[in-house]
Design a protein around this ligand. Structure first.
Ligand code: ZN
Length: 430
């Protein structure tokens, strides 16, 4: 291993996007051996695309059934077709690193059961991520507003304040009242409730996050208070609203979220590009280019655009080159399409200032999966930067300095990590 590869393998890596289940969920209903290999790694979608029956995939993940052979048999043929995808690579990395399996076999699965049980103990989740993954911290999106110091490791587990449903114009008035003690009756009280959410949770939040690209187009336009107020009254009366009205409400709420993120100095993360799962993706809705009006309206905001906008990587590079407030996060991208991610990183390096790119987030739920995605990212990042060195475009020492920047410095600057950790340590509940 040369110095560049050694450096990328060993330094601490910032993980800017996960959905990790919390400590109690991990300990009390953590992944059994087949779940540790296949659950929440997105490979289940590849299996169905390859031809596995959805029911067979559901059976594979059914930890209540101790018959591992029966669970495996329904997907074994499809697995042969999925081994080489980025998601399949992550499965194989977990099999090898955690369970010593070079390939998945029924005797191997039964032999791994004991090891799996040993890992599902209190504190193991943190140890796996921090010590085996060499992750500096993880940023977690649990699709909730609440962001308080995490008792499992307040310096390590950092949380996003979710703006997902609001950006789609979905407002849970009961939950809003419970969180903020504000009864929403009009636009003014809705604004007050939003401000109260930020007052409660922004101090410990690492960012604001929305993945509304799963539910609507990313295309945004400025909406008037008058239109939003009219639709809000319909919603409060329990009337169904049209798709166009929901978009209007979503645009209005998203804008207020961005304004509050500016006020509270939090980056705003947006899902762009590819949709997880299978069988439903509106390819035109997910283009990062749809965000231009929003980026132009709020030049003082820090937007983190995620997942290389796949497959609209070119559009995302152009946006990152053009808008000073935009940062680019390669989270999940290495496992969606590793070769495109290598290409993306190399093109970013020669197109966009090098302080704008974050290289990793696993985008997953269980710790071993996150560590395997981290291992995958380190390996493919090495290939990308080594290719730059081999082509004579950068020296090895430059490659090492670029790697450090992409793996940790840029994230530390954008998210003001040390200030945030200090704020979390100093946090006093009110
Ligand atoms: Zn995600």
């Amino acid at each position: 291993m040369n110095d560049l590869a050694q450096h990328i393998q060993t330094i601490s890596l910032a993980d800017t996007h996960e959905h990790l289940y919390d400590e109690s969920q991990y300990v009390n209903s953590g992944p059994d051996i087949l779940q540790d290999l296949f659950d929440r790694l997105y490979i289940t979608a590849d299996l169905v695309v390859a031809g596995a029956a959805p029911a067979a995939v559901a059976a594979l993940l059914d930890a209540n059934n101790p018959d591992l052979e029966a669970r495996w048999s329904g997907v074994a043929a499809a697995w042969e077709h999925c081994k080489y995808t980025g998601f399949g690579e992550a499965v194989r990395l977990t099999a090898r690193r955690v369970y010593g399996m070079d390939d998945i076999t029924v005797p191997g699965l039964y032999a791994a059961v004991e090891r799996n049980a040993l890992l599902r103990q209190p504190g193991e989740r943190l140890r796996i991520l921090r010590d085996e993954g060499r992750l500096d911290y993880v940023q977690i999106d649990s699709k909730t507003w609440s962001c308080l110091p995490d008792p499992a490791g307040s310096d390590f587990f950092l949380h996003d304040l979710s703006w997902y449903f609001l950006s789609n114009g979905e407002i849970d008035f009961d939950a809003m009242r419970q969180e903020t003690r504000i009864e929403v009756t009009d636009l003014k009280s809705l604004r007050s409730a939003f401000e109260a959410l930020f007052a409660l949770y922004a101090p410990c939040a690492i960012a604001v996050k929305s993945q509304h690209a799963y539910r609507r187009t990313l295309l945004w336009s400025e909406r008037s208070d008058a239109d939003a107020a009219r639709i809000l009254q319909q919603m409060l009366r329990g009337e169904t609203i049209s798709d166009a009205e929901r978009l209007c409400m979503g645009d209005w709420c998203l804008a207020r979220g961005v304004e509050l993120s500016i006020e509270h100095k939090l980056p705003f993360k947006l899902h762009t590009g590819y949709n997880a799962r299978y069988g439903e993706m509106w390819i035109d809705r997910i283009r990062p280019g749809h965000l231009c009006a929003l980026l132009q309206r709020y030049p003082q905001a820090r937007f983190v655009l995620m997942h290389i906008g796949y497959p609209y990587a070119d559009e995302l590079i152009a946006i990152a080159k053009h808008y000073p407030g935009v940062f680019v996060d390669m989270c999940w991208a290495w496992s969606i399409d590793p070769h495109s991610s290598v290409d993306f990183l190399r093109r970013m390096l020669h197109t966009v200032p090098v302080n704008k790119l974050f290289v990793f987030g696993g985008d997953t739920w269980w710790p071993n999966a996150a560590v395997s995605f981290a291992q995958q990212a380190r390996t493919w990042l090495t290939r990308a930067l080594q290719a730059e060195v081999d082509a004579g475009l950068i020296g090895e020492g430059e490659g090492i300095r670029v790697a450090t920047r992409l793996m940790s410095t840029n994230q530390a600057e954008c998210f003001a990590i040390e200030d945030k950790r200090a704020a979390i340590r100093a946090y006093q509940p009110t």
